[in-house]
Design a protein around this ligand. Sequence first.
Ligand SMILES: Cc1cc2nc3c(=O)[nH]c(=O)nc-3n(C[C@H](O)[C@H](O)[C@H](O)COP(=O)(O)OP(=O)(O)OC[C@H]3O[C@@H](n4cnc5c(N)ncnc54)[C@H](O)[C@@H]3O)c2cc1C
Length: 234
Amino acid sequence: MEFNESVKEIIKQTHDVKSFRFKRPSGFDYKAGQYMFITLNIQGEKTRKPFTISSSPTEKAHLEFTKKLTGHDFSNALDALSVGDSLGIDGPYGEMTFEGEYDKIALLSGGIGITPMMSICRYCTDLKLGTQVTLVSSNKTETDIVFRDELEKMQVQNKNLKVVHTLTRAGDDWKGSRERISANLITTQIPDYKERMFYLCGPPRMMEAIEPLMKELGIPEERFKKEIFSGYQN
Ligand SMILES: Cc1cc2nc3c(=O)[nH]c(=O)nc-3n(C[C@H](O)[C@H](O)[C@H](O)COP(=O)(O)OP(=O)(O)OC[C@H]3O[C@@H](n4cnc5c(N)ncnc54)[C@H](O)[C@@H]3O)c2cc1C
């Protein structure tokens, strides 16, 4: 479905991440984990890029995507948007979806790769699904953790949701994990990992590190789904 919609709300999530919300048009159906293309006019040229829908299909009033602002052209054009400005939207696309079909899932994300995981967590929590969800989210520092407060609240609401933050460049006062996502971290935090369906998402460099872990842990291809956020070159 292709349509134009004006920005309804802009939410500053961290120092370099913003969420953009739009009215959800009737008939726009999507699955948790899918993405859409956003078209912007940059210096007179139409430019189109894919973004995961970070809202949940259960949220009927709005559609949301969440962007890491890199200081490059597309980011700058998004950062300059105000409420009321119009964008082109085309979607939904993507195969890394969750519709309640697994009883136990593990979500592994690097950095901004949290966006499809957020949609899945919101979906499970809103529908009060019995699905056991463990999210392992890796970031550099505490200030880079997107959706931290909302995930905290969701864990209180949804006893089947466990969130593990791991930080690779944490400050001295960080009490949590400091490991990269590794076989050790997965076996420790997700002891029943052999019974779970895995979802993997992040920028290419992070995915290069995360994907081989499936082999290391003996998880066959049919037991994981992935989305690589190509477009980030750093
Ligand atoms: C399926 C899918 C889902 C995605 N979902 C998300 C999401 O939910 N959130 C998200 O933030 N991203 C997501 N992405 C990535 C997103 O589409 C963009 O590619 C990414 O955010 C890079 O945006 P940018 O603003 O840096 O883009 P651009 O401005 O096009 O820059 C892209 C890269 O090109 C290089 N570059 C650009 N301009 C210059 C210049 N002048 N000089 C030197 N180098 C330059 C830089 O390395 C830069 O990182 C997704 C990608 C895919 C494929």
